[in-house]
Design a protein around this ligand. Structure first.
Ligand code: BGC
Length: 728
């Protein structure tokens, strides 16, 4: 053997040895951790153990001082660290130093289709949570957007499990890298707010596996979420907090979850059943004496009576200690200290809002507006001046500041342009928690306000209507009563469009609204979401072209409510507190595309001020085995004159299959940023295994051999290139 070969083998051996010692080291780190946990548990009395398993106030859990275990601090929520609440009631504590960075909520995050922004958000939330001395941040909320009416759609991400997973995983990883535990919620099927605490959800095993579970699975197995929050509702007859199948079988056994399973606030209903099913932590129960909660004295009694084995208690305590150790709760010296309201945090909030905006319509290229040529603008509508960060209930944020669109317009252009603000329409509702929206008739047309607005629109170069919803509609605890634009906005917009052909409508909302009454009347529609603290700056920068819109709809926008699957089939909100998800796997665009229902705007849709071309779709092979990875290549070219970003989406369909498959399903995407004229070659990979459907009879995933069609496009209904591959 020559010297070179000998050297090569020596090097190889050295590498193998290093890898082995590294592996041993990491194994032993886990082992040491588990030993530490067991040692601590051995020192605890039953009373002490149980004290770790229930709240001692609204958002805290007792520690065990003599063992160096501090009190555990939990806080909402998904798009900012919530202001401090009183310990024993739902009022705010009135602190003066708990204002925080407020990001645009979930649907806006998903609309960016940019996982890097999810990561950035996670880092900021982690830093701010640490600064506020919080250990667990209660988010992200990742339930499927099943119906346009769900009050909490704005907090959630999408109707598509792939997009949800792509955003939730980096969010969780980043948050937890700052020594704060995420709490992915609400496990499972909290897809409506009406009767959320009592409704019993029935769905097929296939719908569970293909639609409702994947986001949670990714959050736990890829994101490594340290905690999971159960949903309020029942699933197949049992509350989610005591659901043996969801909690023990799937979450613990199948997904290998070793973290803390906590109830939603007030979502625990039993002691023995919940304890055995795998719930670790009871939060928010509405009984004044904390010792009387299900997981307090009654749990001690259940152990003493032999109804709950002590090993089950130890398992729960171990789960809690494990999360504490991973987030350095027991090691305050090396723990992240955090920071609050830094310029970087505010920039992250701005980026998130700017990349979320979806340009739905831009006839005659009315947008972007050239503010150097405009002399006057009519700014119309309640959402031009309304602040939204403080609404929505548990996700509400006391934002350090919130810039409204009118403020941003005035600040950026007020010196040179006459800005004429008129109310246009008024908010006619008030929010009442758990009840109905404060005023039943929210559709009143106020002609006095409309006439005023029309007069101003007539004398201005451009009219911008800031409409949409507010958190009386997009809110926890109550579903929207309808999908319409409330407060007579459609009439207002129609009248403004008659008065001024240069009318732009900006929709501020977090869930679908009907646009049928306005799409044919106005040239330009921009969907700007709730934009967080930087809302106004971001939306004005998009209107002026400083930022080129690159958001895409994270849900289908139906023409009318009846088009969307749960409503087309009459399966919302259910009957006698039972709801059957009869649309099965055909949720969102899977329904629209399979049933050939043409929506107002499809899933994944969004325009830009430049244009793009998607081309040269190819795969590394034509024939694949079931364990292979498909390497999909294509080029994206910016064919227009402005810098911008396109979201290239790969859908897959299985045209011949023994079971019904959706017309297409999203399997990969990439947001590509390009200078004018620039092209980029993109390569994405899709596991053949991910083309499978869930076979109920076999209780497993099946890829049937045959043809699969890959479709490259920029929405579920705008496909530029297709390609057929074969799976053997
Ligand atoms: C919500 C949760 C929230 C909790 C604590 C519940 O009503 O459903 O999402 O984290 O309250 O505020």
């Amino acid at each position: 053997m020559n010297k070179k070969i000998l050297k090569f083998f020596a090097l190889l051996l050295l590498m193998i040895a290093t890898i082995q010692t590294q592996a041993q080291k990491s194994i032993s780190k886990e082992d040491i951790q588990e030993q530490k946990i067991q040692k601590l548990i051995k020192k605890m009395t039953l009373q002490e153990k149980v004290s770790l398993l229930h709240g001692n106030s609204k958002f805290y859990v007792s520690g065990i001082k003599r063992l160096g275990i501090p009190e555990w601090a939990l806080s909402d929520g998904p798009h900012g660290v919530r202001a401090e609440m009183n310990r024993h009631d739902w009022n705010y504590a009135g602190w003066t130093n708990d204002s925080s960075t407020c990001f645009p909520p979930g649907t806006a995050l998903a609309a960016s289709w940019n996982p890097k922004l999810a990561y950035e958000r996670g880092l900021v939330l982690g830093e701010e949570a640490r600064y506020r001395k919080k250990d667990v941040l209660l988010g992200p909320g990742i339930n499927i957007i099943r119906t346009p009416l769900c009050g909490r759609n704005f907090e959630y991400l999408s109707e598509d499990p792939f997009l949800i997973s792509a955003m939730a995983v980096p969010y969780i990883k980043a948050l937890q890298s700052k020594d704060v535990a995420a709490s992915v919620k609400h496990y499972l099927a909290n897809n409506q707010e009406d009767h959320r605490t009592t409704v019993d959800v029935a769905m097929s095993e296939r719908a569970l596996r293909e639609i409702y579970l994947p986001g949670f699975k990714a959050a736990v197995t890829e994101g490594g979420s340290y905690t999971v929050m159960t949903a309020y509702n029942k699933f197949r007859g049992d509350w989610c907090s005591e659901n043996e199948y969801l909690d023990r079988e799937i979450l613990r056994k199948e997904l290998g979850f070793k973290g803390v399973l906590m109830s939603d606030w007030g979502g625990t209903h039993s002691t023995v059943k919940a304890a055995l099913a795998g719930l670790d932590l009871e939060m928010g129960t509405d009984i004044k004496d904390y010792n009387e909660w299900y997981f307090a004295n009654p749990l001690i009694k259940a152990v003493q009576e032999g109804k709950v084995p002590i090993s089950v208690i130890d398992e729960k305590v171990a789960n809690i200690l494990r999360v504490m150790i991973k987030t350095k709760v027991l090691d305050s010296k090396t723990r992240e200290k955090g920071s609050m309201n830094t310029p970087e945090h505010q920039k992250a909030a701005y980026n998130s809002a700017a990349e979320a905006a979806v340009l739905l319509q831009n006839n005659g290229n009315l947008l972007p507006l050239d503010f150097s040529k405009i002399k006057s603008i009519a700014v119309i509508g309640d959402n031009a001046t309304r602040k939204h960060c403080g609404g929505g209930l548990s996700s509400e944020i006391k934002a350090l500041y919130e810039i409204t669109p009118l403020e941003a317009l005035t600040h950026k252009f007020g010196k040179n342009i006459t800005i004429n603000f008129v109310q246009g329409y008024e908010k006619q509702s008030t929010f009442q928690e758990g009840g109905n929206i404060g005023q039943s008739n929210t559709d009143k047309v106020d002609w006095k306000l409309i006439d005023e607005a029309v007069a101003v629109a007539k004398k201005s170069d451009v009219a911008i209507v800031f409409g949409g919803l507010n958190h009386d509609f997009d809110t926890e605890s109550y579903d929207k009563p309808h999908m319409r634009l409330p407060y007579g906005q459609v009439t207002l917009i129609q009248e403004i469009a008659k008065a001024n052909p240069n009318t732009v409508v900006v929709i501020i909302a977090g869930s679908p609204v009907e646009l049928a009454g306005i799409v044919h009347r106005v040239p330009a529609i921009l969907w700007a979401w709730y934009g967080g603290m930087e809302a106004g700056n971001a939306v004005v920068d998009v209107l002026s072209g400083k930022v080129n819109p690159s958001g895409k709809m994270p849900f289908t926008l139906p023409v009318s409510l009846e088009q969307s699957p749960a409503h087309a089939l009459g399966n919302y909100p259910g009957r006698n507190l039972k709801v059957n998800y009869e649309e099965d796997i055909l949720v969102g665009y899977r329904w629209f595309d399979t049933k050939n229902v043409v929506p107002q705007f499809p899933f994944g849709y969004g325009l830009s001020y430049t244009s793009f071309n998607l081309d040269n779709l190819s795969t590394d092979k034509k024939v694949y085995g079931k364990k292979d990875i498909i390497h999909v290549k294509f080029t994206v070219t910016n064919t227009g004159l402005r810098y911008g970003a396109e979201v290239a989406q790969i859908y897959v369909s299985d045209p011949v299959c023994s079971v019904l498959r959706p017309a297409k399903e999203l399997k990969a995407f990439e947001k590509v940023f390009l200078q004018p004229g620039e092209s980029k070659n993109i390569e994405l990979s899709i596991k053949v295994a991910d083309l499978a459907f869930y076979d109920e009879a076999k209780k497993g995933w099946v890829v049937e051999p045959g043809e699969f069609i890959l479709e490259l496009g920029n929405s579920s209904r705008d496909i530029s290139k297709t390609l057929t591959i074969n799976v053997q």
